[in-house]
Design a protein around this ligand. Structure first.
Ligand code: NAP
Length: 265
């Protein structure tokens, strides 16, 4: 577990537990939160905290003010991912209730309630439900797909020198914009609301993969095939973008896909 000494800048110093704190979104949260003077604990199996088995969780939760709940399942198989998010979130809220945590932040997915034909989305909605039903004050942020995830989607359907992807409309966002938004959420009070976080532009999945391949010098052909759906499930152009449900507030990241392509590798 990585721990930092709290620095008192006259602000309210909190202990913030980042579950999944070694991951894509979690790792970049630690430095900025520590720079604000908070005590930050990056919790994950590799630091001795397993939220599925409960190992190390009670000790890590002791004295915690804010939990940022952003682990991911090692397996995306329907049953595995559902079991992962149910067990993980149930264990987190139980220990958070016992420790008197003041804010439980869940990173969910835009359109999760419109894509319940997809196993991963069923697991994420189960995670949201467990957070809402707990007595711990919460904020649920439903982010769109990360730019970093587009390559993984393409690899999932790669076949020799071809990749088949649907043309579903997405609104992807840079992981760094998601991490920056979570720093703000973690240093604000719980709202007991759900809101959406999306990228600044809408892009079709197959086009995004083409632009990614071009930027990376990857010569494989991206074939548009709408029968591929998304994660194997049928989707429409309203499934995974923000702003479809007027009841949810939307915030947008600022990093464009082109600027991300130019600076990432
Ligand atoms: N990908 C997207 O486009 C997208 C969009 C919206 C929301 N999200 C959500 O964003 C969250 C973070 O995703 P990510 O891409 O940052 O994940 P990631 O890079 O795959 O990292 C996964 C993290 O989960 C930890 N972890 C795995 N099993 C665990 C367990 N049993 N107990 C505690 N921690 C465990 C890992 O720890 P170790 O390093 O120790 O293995 C790692 O820190 C996920 O909840 C995902 O659903 C993703």
């Amino acid at each position: 577990m990585s721990r930092s000494a709290p620095v008192d800048h006259g602000r309210n110093i909190m202990k913030i537990l980042v579950i999944g704190g070694t991951g894509l979104i979690g790792k970049p949260l630690v430095g900025p939160l520590e720079a604000l003077g908070h005590e930050v604990v990056a919790a994950s199996p590799s630091t001795g905290v397993n939220t599925v088995t409960g190992e190390g969780l009670e000790a890590a939760m002791r004295g915690t003010d804010v939990v940022i709940d952003i682990p991911n399942s090692p397996s995306f198989a329907d049953d595995d991912v559902l079991r992962f998010f149910e067990n993980s979130t149930e264990n987190i809220v139980r220990e958070a209730e016992a420790a008197g945590v003041k804010h439980h932040i869940v990173l969910s997915i835009a359109g999760v309630d419109r894509t319940q034909n997809i196993g991963y989305m069923r697991a994420k909605l189960a995670q949201e439900r467990i957070a809402r039903e707990s007595t711990v004050p919460y904020t649920i942020v439903r982010a769109t797909q990360f730019f970093e995830f587009i390559g993984a989607l393409a690899e999932g359907s790669a076949d020799g020198d071809r990749v088949r992807l649907s043309s579903v409309l997405m609104q992807p966002i840079a992981a760094s914009d998601v991490s920056a938004a979570l720093v703000e959420v973690a240093t604000s009070d719980a709202t007991n609301t759900t809101w959406e976080l999306g990228g600044p532009e809408k892009i079709r999945l197959a086009d995004a993969a083409r632009r990614l391949f071009q930027a990376r010098g990857d010569a494989r052909e991206v074939v548009t095939d709408d029968s591929m759906g998304y994660f194997g499930g049928e989707v429409t152009d309203e499934s995974i973008i923000t702003g479809v449900d007027p009841a949810l507030q939307v915030r947008l990241g600022t990093t464009t896909f082109d600027s991300w392509l130019a600076t990432s590798n």
